[in-house]
Design a protein around this ligand. Structure first.
Ligand SMILES: [Zn+2]
Length: 298
C-alpha cells in the first residue's frame, strides 16, 4: 500500500492561503488519509489531477477484515499529521473511536448517508453491517459524501473534485448495471457466505444468503454454530459458499465436506490486487466477482 509523505500539523491551518496570495506563497499540501483500502481507492479517484494533495492509507489489512485491525504508532502519527481523515464508518473501525475526537484535522464519515442493513453481529444478535462499500450503490453514496467534504476543505479545486466524482460515479453505475443485467437470471438463488461482507452484495443482486459462517473472518465459529449452519444448508441447499480470496478457512472446508456445496472466492475489495492500480482496484474486484458469480450460479 502506498504511503506518501505527510506534512507537519503546523500546515493544517494554511489551507486556502494560496487562494489569497497564490503568487507570493508556496502552495501548501493537503494531506488526506483513508482509514481502510476501499476508502483509499475512492480518495485516489476523487483527487485525480488535483494539485497539492497527498493521499495515504492507514490500515494495511492483508488478511481477514478491518474489524480487528491493531493500530500502530505509525498509524497514530499518520492520523495526527493528516488534514483530513476519511473513514468508512458504520462501525467498521472501532479502533478509531478513541482517537478520532483527539484529531485536529477534519474527519469525514463516508457512511453518513448510507442505508445500513442488519446482519449477524459479534455478540450473537443482529446489528448494522459495516461492509457498505461492497454494495456499489452505497459506494456511490460514500463517494458523494467524501467529495462534498473535499470540496469544503479545498474549494479552489471544487471543479476538479466534481468532475472526478462524475467520472467515478459513471463508472460505478455502468458496472452495477452490467452486473445486475448479468445476474438477473439468478435472482432468488441461495448462497452461503463465510463473511457478512457479502450481505450487501447479495441484497443488491437479489441473492439469498442462506447462511453466513462468521461475523469476522479472524474469529472461528463455535462447533454449535457450525453445526447449525450445516443443518440449514443440508435442509435447503445453497448453490455456492463464498469465501475471501486466500486460504480457505477450516470451517468453510468442513461445511463443504458436510454439505457438498462448492467453494468460490469473492473479493470484498478490502485488499490491493497484484498488478492492478489502486485507483482501479474496486472495479477490478467487482469484475472478478461477476465472473465468479456467473460460474457459481449457472
Ligand atoms: Zn468484515
Amino acid at each position: 500500500m502506498r504511503r506518501r509523505f505527510m506534512l507537519p500539523l503546523a500546515l493544517t491551518l494554511s489551507i486556502g492561503a494560496s487562494a489569497v496570495c497564490g503568487a507570493c506563497a508556496p502552495k501548501q499540501n493537503i494531506a488526506y488519509t483513508a482509514s481502510v483500502y476501499p476508502i483509499y481507492c475512492m480518495l485516489l479517484n476523487l483527487t485525480r489531477g488535483v494539485p497539492n494533495v497527498s493521499v495515504s492509507c492507514m490500515a494495511s489489512v492483508t488478511a481477514g477484515c478491518a474489524h480487528d485491525y491493531q493500530m500502530t504508532s505509525d498509524d497514530r502519527r499518520l492520523l495526527a499529521d493528516s488534514n483530513v481523515v476519511v473513514i468508512n464508518g458504520a462501525g467498521l473501525e472501532p479502533y478509531l473511536d478513541s482517537i478520532l475526537p483527539t484529531l485536529s484535522g477534519l474527519v469525514i464519515d463516508s457512511s453518513s448517508r448510507v442505508e445500513l442493513i442488519q446482519s449477524k453481529s459479534e455478540h450473537g444478535g443482529v446489528g448494522p453491517n459495516p461492509h457498505i462499500w461492497v454494495s456499489i450503490p452505497r459506494a456511490i453514496s460514500q463517494l458523494e459524501t467524501i467529495a462534498s467534504g473535499l470540496i469544503k476543505v479545498d474549494p479552489a479545486n471544487a471543479d476538479l473534485y466534481s468532475a472526478n466524482l462524475s467520472a467515478a460515479r459513471e463508472k460505478l453505475r455502468a458496472q452495477f448495471d452490467n452486473m445486475r443485467a448479468a445476474l438477473a437470471p439468478y435472482e432468488g438463488a441461495r448462497v452461503a457466505t463465510f463473511h457478512p461482507a457479502f450481505d450487501y452484495f447479495a441484497a443488491d443482486f437479489g441473492l439469498i444468503v442462506a447462511a453466513s459462517l462468521t461475523v469476522d473472518p479472524d474469529t472461528p465459529l463455535s462447533a454449535r454454530e457450525l453445526a447449525g449452519a450445516i443443518n440449514i444448508l443440508n435442509e435447503q441447499p445453497a448453490r455456492a459458499l463464498f469465501v475471501e480470496p486466500g486460504e480457505i478457512p477450516p470451517s468453510a472446508q468442513v461445511v463443504q465436506s458436510e454439505t457438498g456445496i462448492p467453494i468460490y472466492e469473492l473479493s470484498s475489495a478490502i485488499y490491493p490486487m497484484v498488478g492492478v492500480d489502486d485507483a482501479d482496484c474496486y472495479i477490478a474486484a467487482m469484475d472478478a466477482n461477476l465472473r465468479t458469480l456467473m460460474e457459481a450460479l449457472r
